[in-house]
Design a protein around this ligand. Structure first.
Ligand code: MRU
Length: 366
């Protein structure tokens, strides 16, 4: 997507041929800073400290992390060490393991002389595939928005509510939840997005509001607690979120608070869709609520908030008594029964084993 007229991806190979470039998302929306990653340790830090985040982008960064490792040392021990370093960065998004398993499967059979070049090629291919897949998700999800738009009276807009950032900067490009929105906007549908701020790290306020604004998509930032009220008052036509891991049965793990939105949507008869590339499906997990590892992050993300001071500098402020204990589970699981449908690159299906097996018969589990 474009930033002030310039097309960007969320990760790209450096012109020097030995680095991978990212946007430091911890500085957005106030500062636009790109960073050159030059080693596997730097790639691991970028994922762990959330300079990059969002399930598909975590996977893409890990793929470049393997390339950065292989250009220094392409031996078997270095390959294993790079895998171990990167897999330990964040526990919940399954795209990390998916990308690392695929990279290792591609590189391990090769001779050491070939591995570095093959690893760079693999990372580039994975990124191109991510862009194509997210575009296809958007084309499939667009049909839902068109359907809602067709029932609107002249002058009425389509209202989408989204949570966290499942936008283009959570992927290589297009985003997952935002891809249908961008495509609807681009074809002239009057689409408007309610953006959950998404405490504690505020990915909605900092990232989704930023990227929708850069693309010119009308949007309104709301506090996380406002969604249910808006739904009760007919102000939300459809909820679309992303996901960090979806089970083969259709349970959806996503940013903390997604479950509450799904409950409110169900209570109000509002369709609740989840947009995902098939790389986010964990075909091995049976019970999403009990088996998916939920990242526990520092309580400081709850008790402190980052923002921009009036003088333009970034700062953090404490919002609780100094020693307040805080819990910070970063994700929750929305049971499949609350999900109206899954928007994938192959089409839209029911959030169920049968639905997913229908679209991905080659992966279906008995
Ligand atoms: O902790 P984050 O910012 O990595 O969490 C991101 C999300 O929960 C997104 O909604 C999810 O990864 C889908 S991104 C296309």
């Amino acid at each position: 997507m474009k930033i002030d007229g310039t097309p960007y991806r969320a990760i790209w190979p450096g012109e020097d041929g030995v680095s991978a470039c990212i946007i430091d998302q911890t500085r957005l929306p106030h500062e636009f800073v790109t960073v050159d990653l030059r080693s596997v340790d730097e790639a691991a830090t970028a994922i762990r400290d959330m300079w990059v985040r969002g399930a598909p982008l975590i996977g893409a960064t890990a793929a470049y992390g393997m390339a950065l490792a292989m250009q220094r040392d392409a031996g078997d021990a270095a390959l294993a060490a790079a895998y171990d370093t990167l897999i330990a960065t964040r526990p919940t998004a399954i795209n990390l393991k998916w990308a690392l398993d695929a990279a290792r499967a591609r590189l391990a059979p090769l001779g050491q002389a070939e591995r570095a070049e093959a690893a760079w090629r693999f990372a580039a291919e994975l990124c191109d595939e991510d862009v194509a897949v997210n575009h296809a998700i958007g084309a499939n999800g667009l049909a839902l928005i068109r359907e809602i738009a067709a029932k609107k009276k002249p002058g009425e807009r389509v209202n989408v509510l989204t949570h966290c950032n499942a936008g283009w900067i959570a992927t290589v490009d297009w985003g997952t939840a935002t891809s249908p929105i961008y495509q609807a906007h681009d074809e002239g549908i009057d689409v408007h997005v309610f953006v959950d701020e998404t405490r504690p790290r505020n990915q909605g306020a900092s990232l989704t509001a930023w990227e929708l604004g850069k693309h010119g998509v009308p949007h309104t930032l709301i506090v996380d607690n406002a969604g249910g009220h808006l739904m009760q008052h007919g102000q939300v036509d459809i909820v679309i979120t992303g996901t960090d891991r979806t089970t083969a049965q259709g349970d959806v793990c996503n940013k903390i608070g997604t479950y509450l939105k799904a409950l409110a949507a169900k209570d109000n008869g509002i369709p609740f869709y989840v947009a995902l590339p098939s790389s986010t499906i964990d075909w091995t997990v049976r019970d999403g609520v009990r088996e998916i590892p939920i990242e526990e992050r520092s309580g400081e993300e709850v008790t402190w908030i980052q923002g921009r001071r009036a003088d333009g500098t970034l700062d953090k402020v404490l919002i609780s008594p100094p020693d307040t204990p805080a819990a910070n589970p970063a994700f929750d699981v929305t049971p499949a029964r609350l999900v109206t449908g899954l928007i994938t690159e192959r089409g839209i299906c029911a959030a169920s084993a049968e639905g997913l097996a229908g679209l991905f018969p080659e992966r279906a589990v008995a």
